[in-house]
Ligand binder design. Sequence first.
Ligand SMILES: [Zn+2]
Length: 248
Amino acid sequence: MELIILCTLFFIGASFGSLTGVLQYRMCRDISLISPRSFCENCKKTIAIISLIPFFGYFFSLGKCRNCGSSIPVMYPVIEGIWGLVISLSYFITKDITISINLFIFFFITASLSLIDLKCFLVPDKLLLAGSLLFFAGAVIIKNEPVYYPILGAAAGFIPLFIIHLIKPDGMGLGDPKYAAMIGMALGWKGALIAVFFGVIIGGLFGVFLLLTKKASRKTEIPFIPFLTLGAWISWFFSLDIWNLYFL
Ligand SMILES: [Zn+2]
């Protein structure tokens, strides 16, 4: 039974890994998420269903496009495999399917938005909205929190970054505070403040590092969502410890 659950979770994880790639590719190019079906980047021919199976599809088609024979980057099955392992491992460790699925959805939404910001400096509203609704529902339905709790979390994430945005609009876009509001729904207000704190510190240090090593100038645009995501993950796992250490 355990093995069946682990295999199913691996497959679900790999599917989401593949979906992250699709989301990034299509949202950066403003292509619809539904049609056209996935196509080969080289010959543009629609990819056969069997080759689309996450992780395993790569091996079924021997790593090549069935039409033009161009190779499929090995990164795809590697990333899908890692995603599969992450969710199966999280279940293996927690033995609680709700916790691991909850963690996985959080991981999926935040990683996808980070990748999109990293690749093309975009924070798509559609994905933010979908994430906010999911996290709100997760807080109220799964974690049984009162309705005001995720809303308070969203405010705690949004306000500090929105103030920075008002002071320095070209330094921080509106996408960052909106993103912080979304993760705040999942993390609660303490968790949101910790996530924003670590995001700003890590992002700031990275910016200083780039300036000192002359890899960037003051004008260089640096995507901030990946740093907020790091902060969010730190907060997800350690927010209670951090809070109790410093505020109690
Ligand atoms: Zn092809």
